[in-house]
Design a protein around this ligand. Structure first.
Ligand SMILES: Cc1cc2nc3c(=O)[nH]c(=O)nc-3n(C[C@H](O)[C@H](O)[C@H](O)COP(=O)(O)OP(=O)(O)OC[C@H]3O[C@@H](n4cnc5c(N)ncnc54)[C@H](O)[C@@H]3O)c2cc1C
Length: 383
């Protein structure tokens, strides 16, 4: 068994860490206050190849494997949790095109995502259908001419929904449950698309939006993966992203725990550094232990994906466990900093607000556990 990254992965880690610390760390709180991500972040991430990290080289990306993607997510999130969303969301959209799209669609649609000139979002959730996404109701109706489709209905809770240029939109093309859902690639820059921003607890720099489609035309060539195949094909290829999310969350919390440990070494109470009181040290040790365990689970899921091995169980376990461990660790870090941690001068509170979002986004803990239960107990135990 080998727990080390390859030499190439370590060099990549150093490069992303250097970039994130130098360029992103200072923007984390600023972007939150402004409520938008600094445009330089996307530009600089594109220059580093991070906007198209998993996109095959043939289509302008880096063709990175899952473990390498996890490394990037960790390094970005440790400095600026929200910058890691810029890796994650376009990756989800690109993954749909790369796995389900025809070669001509990949050639046309992937290079602008890889070079950062087009920012896509990922539209699955609807006002009435979140966890049970297979019952979504936004409609794609065929044009009378038979050439193309029209999208009508509402998506909500869409990360980057205000900033995005394009979207992968999952829409119902027939009433055959999950097999009646198709994936479309649509431009959001159209009068028949109305977006409204949600007022959120965290990740304000990324923002979420409700997006209303009022008969938006989509060309036949922008149906991705065949009629009725979008949902089923795409959902399977996403499992690894849950472990990437886990690593994002853990790295953000780890930054908080490291700050708390540093503080515990220097802050004195009752005549000694607070870290010398076991009541302070032990909760930090417990958080560090749980985070290490969760991180290994995430990397096992990603490693399995890179080896072509099944990883649904590990990735789904990571999705419920890692964000929870991260939120609790970030909370502990804040408490260790005492009154200073409660101030907006420090990022401890922002980290908690931001992390909670990914306890829900991309599926809640209960839904991740349902997936694991189905695998461990058997299909008959799923609702
Ligand atoms: C920060 C953030 C970013 C997001 N980004 C996106 C995005 O980019 N694109 C997108 O499409 N969506 C996005 N979402 C939406 C997200 O995927 C959904 O919120 C999530 O899937 C849950 O759906 P819901 O909110 O409708 O909750 P519901 O499905 O209404 O569930 C409500 C509660 O009931 C529980 N529950 C539901 N069914 C069961 C069950 N069978 N057993 C046990 N418990 C159950 C849930 O776990 C939850 O606690 C985002 C959400 C957040 C918070």
């Amino acid at each position: 068994m080998d727990f080390a990254f390859s030499e190439e992965q370590r060099q990549f880690q150093d490069a992303v860490r250097g970039f994130a610390r130098q360029r992103l760390r200072g923007r984390y709180a600023q972007d939150d206050r402004r409520g938008s991500i600094d445009p330089a972040t996307r530009r600089e991430m594109a220059e580093m190849g991070l906007m198209g990290l998993t996109i095959p080289e043939l289509y302008g990306g880096q063709g990175a494997g899952a473990v390498t993607t996890g490394i990037a997510a960790e390094e970005l999130a440790a400095a600026d949790f929200n910058a890691a969303y810029l890796l994650l969301i376009p990756m989800l959209a690109a993954e749909v095109i790369a796995t389900a799209g025809e070669p001509a669609q990949r050639e046309r649609l992937l290079p602008p995502i890889a070079d950062g000139s087009v920012l896509p979002c990922f539209c699955l959730t609807e006002p009435e259908h979140g966890s049970d996404a297979a019952h979504l109701s936004l409609r794609a109706a065929r044009e009378e001419s038979g050439q193309g489709w029209r999208l009508s209905g509402e998506k909500t809770s869409i990360s980057l929904g205000m900033a995005a240029d394009t979207a992968i939109v999952f829409a119902r093309t027939s009433d055959r449950g999950a097999r009646g859902i198709s994936a479309f690639y649509a431009s959001l820059k159209d009068d028949r698309v109305q977006r409204s921003e949600l007022s959120d607890l965290g990740s304000r720099a990324i923002g979420r939006a409700a997006i209303h489609f009022d008969g938006l035309p989509v060309a036949a060539q922008d149906l991705i993966g065949g009629e009725g195949e979008g949902f089923v094909r795409c959902m399977q290829s996403f499992e690894f992203s849950r472990a990437v999310i886990g690593l994002m969350c853990l790295a953000c919390a780890q930054a908080g725990i490291e700050e708390a440990m540093q503080y515990a070494r220097s802050r004195e109470a009752f005549g000694k550094p607070i870290g010398a009181h076991q009541g302070v040290a032990f909760p930090l040790v417990e958080a560090a232990t749980l985070m290490k365990g969760a991180r290994l689970l995430c990397y096992e899921a990603l490693w399995r994906r890179d080896q072509g091995l099944p990883h649904r169980i590990e990735a789904s376990m990571a999705k419920w466990w890692a964000p929870k461990v991260a939120v609790e660790a970030a909370h502990q870090a804040l408490l260790t900093l005492g009154h200073a941690g409660y101030s907006e001068e420090l990022p401890a509170g922002q980290r908690i607000r931001d992390l909670i979002g990914l306890e829900i986004g991309d599926g809640t803990a209960q839904i991740a556990k349902l997936v694991v239960a189905r695998e461990l107990l058997g299909r008959e135990f799923s609702p």
